[in-house]
Design a protein around this ligand. Structure first.
Ligand code: ZN
Length: 335
């Protein structure tokens, strides 16, 4: 525990220094400059700690999950990003009794942070990624570097970039909630709990952009790895889908692959990660995903196998899409 927190703080010190260096050019920074503060190096530094062996696979309710939660909380505190109202010190506590599928359930918590909007503070965009994983089995640690360490540390970097913009006078017009959910691997519990006990009314929740696995390459895509799978973007809001496409074309140029968006796809990924609990409530969503690979849900899903440059590019896409949804004049709505 002590070693872990020390290394966590060391990592945070590094990113703080880089934030201070860039802040000298603050007045001239554009949304592209902010997006470019999301770097492969920073993501890698976070992920080697967050998906390191000390975290013991981050199984819901275990010591490893609590350490992971503490890592996230320390980050937001260090960055000066506020805790939302109603969440004690960045934690939304979930009682053990809620985790009905566990044989010996323990309390767990979602970790939440908030950047308030300047013009429409009551309209909230929720960014989500699950930070739990499946723990240890047969003495092996399941690090979950891609699943979903990749989405988790990407959210940290996005939050840092939005906070830097806010500090420089470029606060988003709408609010952004950073929601790190627990209990995903055992049944999407953290996102279910959030949508049943929302910190901000669901009626004012503009969209949910969910990131679950963006650090690897699907073996089917190895000849053309400049891609990300998007799922659900057009299911509830053509407006959100159009914004997503336009932002990618203007700023990022990844191939947005909709293969798994097909209603008839047997994998049914649309129903299998945390965005689904928002979609059930008629909130427009996008699910960002790299597809499965040979290390999916194995103890070999480790940080050394992550494609950090590609992951940074995907994270910048999500950042830019969030920026657009947060700052455009018209609110995104369900059709
Ligand atoms: Zn996952």
């Amino acid at each position: 525990m002590k070693y872990l927190i020390l290394s966590a703080i060391a990592a945070l010190t590094v990113s703080n220094n880089s934030a201070q260096n860039t802040s000298t050019a603050s007045k001239n920074m554009t949304r592209v400059d902010y997006a470019n503060t999301i770097t492969a190096e920073d993501l890698k530094e976070h992920l080697y700690i967050f998906a390191g062996d000390e975290m013991q696979g981050r199984m819901t309710g275990t010591e490893g999950q609590k350490m992971a939660a503490e890592y996230l909380r320390s980050f937001y505190k260090e960055q000066g990003i506020q805790a939302p109202q109603g969440a004690e010190d960045y934690y939304q506590e979930i009682p053990a009794s809620y985790f009905t599928r566990l044989s010996e359930p323990q309390d767990s918590e979602n970790v939440v942070a908030f950047i308030e909007g300047s013009e429409y503070p009551n309209e909230v965009i929720v960014l989500s990624a699950h930070y739990d994983h499946v723990g240890t089995r047969d003495g092996k640690i399941y690090n979950g570097a891609d699943d979903d360490g990749s989405g988790t540390v990407s959210m940290l970097e996005m939050a840092e970039a939005f906070q830097m913009a806010a500090n420089n006078g470029n606060r988003p017009k709408r609010s952004i909630l950073f929601l790190h959910v627990t209990g995903e691997e055992i049944g999407l519990y953290g996102s279910k709990y959030y949508t049943e006990n929302p910190l901000y009314p669901l009626a004012n929740t503009v969209a949910n952009l969910n990131t679950d696995m963006i650090g690897r390459i699907d073996p089917d895509k190895k000849d053309n790895p400049n891609y990300v799978y998007l799922i659900g973007s057009d299911k509830l809001s053509q407006g959100l889908h159009d914004v997503s496409e336009a932002v990618n074309e203007k700023y990022i140029n990844l191939e947005l692959d909709y293969k798994y968006n097909d209603e008839n796809d047997p994998n049914r990924f649309y129903y299998r990660s945390d965005h689904y609990n928002f979609a059930k409530n008629n909130i427009p969503i996008i699910f960002y995903f790299n597809g499965v690979h040979e290390d999916y849900h194995k103890h070999t899903d480790t940080p050394d196998k992550i494609e950090y440059e590609l992951m940074a590019k995907r994270a910048r896409l999500i950042f830019q899409t969030t920026w657009e949804v947060a700052n455009r004049d018209e609110r995104i709505t369900a059709d």
